[in-house]
Design a protein around this ligand. Structure first.
Ligand code: GLU
Length: 436
């Protein structure tokens, strides 16, 4: 019998044998390769020219449907899980290669039975996106759907499942878009897919549901592995968190402050930084105006200042610059020697075009400072750039879009950018947070 996608096969070459699930070849993948998913979860492509034989080990079995419905328990809090995509929210059907379903609440409980002892769950798939495909329009809809759940009296908190890549952009957006936040909004994700033994999805989910049910804060937070082991997760503020590793399970770290709390799988919550608002009884409002003509630009030695012409020509309203060190860009002294690299000159044009320029630092840790060097003073005073304290570049980008959605004039933009709305600016960065 000829093996089909989904079947377990042995692919033999002259020197090696690979055993795994035969995968369908995605359209975009080069022809002439056989793709199989190995036991460790990784997919490999084997050049057809090298293959001597493909043997069928066993036929594909359709994943079974959830066996039983879970009945809600009266004494447990209710938690809503909203899924937006990413690895954690998807199941792959190896027959078709497609993502065939979002997890239902029952699926989640079947996967992690302990969840049923923490909360009564309701799950809804709102979107099915890899997070790199998200745009601000998605954040607007995300805020609506989260607020809808938060405003249900019986709901204790919301868990959001999401891809990891742009998770910190979404948490920043929700931090600004959800006004008068009343309950925890806990974003979780997984770095390793659910079909791998080392998946972090189970532990992250368990801790996230715990936090949504029992954390006393009304805050947008991330809840993912605190270490490489499965011992606890950390709750990090949505405006102060960043993905700092492409694959480690403990990739999400707080920047310039301590995590708000550690959450253990058994439900224990250990507060480390109590600088957050507490739960309240009010209703959440959605304030999701966002100026799409907002950009984030990372500067580098050798950058030609014409790059910024694009934003001028296309009538952008604001740009966040991820500058070097304390907030430098190249430079005053270069106007004569290397004029095409002088960003200073171009920022002057942005300035004249009434485009708001916000300065953050690529170092992530620490804060920008407009008064240490002459160049910085000029940027700040002559060119009216907004030095965004210790705000992360990504957070500053989301915030600038949100601010520009509300006020157009540079002076008003400056005032709002320097007002702390969601813990995005700390007066003094906590040194203990460095490389936490
Ligand atoms: N790029 C995917 C995403 O961010 C990776 C999968 C994941 O991290 O969940 O959605």
């Amino acid at each position: 019998m000829k093996p089909e996608p989904g079947d377990i096969v042995k692919v033999r070459t002259k020197d090696e044998t690979y055993e795994g699930i035969l995968m369908p070849r995605p359209e975009i993948f080069e022809k002439g390769y056989v793709i199989i998913k190995l036991d460790n979860g990784y997919n490999i492509g084997v050049d057809e020219k090298r293959i001597s034989r493909i043997e069928l080990v066993s036929k594909y079995h359709m994943p079974s449907a959830p066996e039983k419905k879970i009945t809600p328990k009266k004494n447990l809090p209710n938690v809503s899980i909203l899924s937006f995509g990413g690895t954690i929210s998807s199941k792959v059907d190896y027959k078709t290669g497609g993502v065939y379903a979002a997890y239902s609440a029952d699926d989640f409980v079947q996967m992690v039975p302990e969840l049923g002892n923490i909360a009564n769950l309701k799950a809804e798939q709102v979107m099915k996106l890899m997070s790199e495909d998200m745009v601000p329009e998605h954040w607007k809809a995300m805020a609506e759907s989260i607020a809808n759940e938060l405003n249900k009296e019986e709901v204790a908190g919301v868990v959001v499942t999401h891809g990891t890549d742009t998770l910190h952009f979404s948490t920043a957006a929700m931090s600004f878009f959800l006004k008068n936040l009343n309950k925890p909004v806990v974003f979780t994700a997984s770095q390793r897919s659910i079909d791998r033994g080392s998946s972090d999805a189970f532990s992250n989910l368990l801790c996230a549901v715990n936090a949504a049910a029992n954390f006393d804060g009304a805050a947008v937070v991330t809840c993912l592995h605190g270490t490489t082991d499965d011992n606890y997760c950390t709750l990090n503020r949505g405006t102060k968190v960043r993905k700092l590793h492409s694959s480690r399970r403990d990739a999400f770290r707080p920047i310039n402050e301590l995590p708000l709390a550690k959450v253990f799988e058994d439900g224990k919550i250990e507060v480390l930084n109590n600088d957050y608002s507490k739960r309240s009884a009010g209703k959440v409002e959605v304030d999701n105006k966002f100026e799409s003509k907002t950009a984030l630009v990372y500067v580098y030695p050798g950058m030609e200042n014409e790059v910024l012409d694009y934003y001028i020509k296309n009538k952008f309203k604001g740009i966040v610059i991820a500058a070097t060190g304390l907030g430098h860009v190249a430079g005053l002294g270069m106007q004569e020697t290397y004029p095409k690299h002088s960003l200073y000159k171009k920022i002057k044009e942005l300035n004249e075009g009434k485009i708001a320029v916000v300065i953050t630092t690529q170092t992530l840790y620490g804060r920008v400072h407009p008064y240490v060097y002459t160049n910085l003073r000029k940027l700040s005073m002559e060119l009216n750039c907004i030095f965004a304290e210790d705000m992360l570049p990504e957070t500053a980008y989301v915030k600038l879009g949100w601010v520009l959605g509300h006020v157009p004039k540079i002076e008003e933009v400056k005032k709002m950018m320097l007002t702390n709305y969601a813990g995005e600016i700390t007066e003094r960065s906590d040194a203990r947070g460095f490389l936490y």
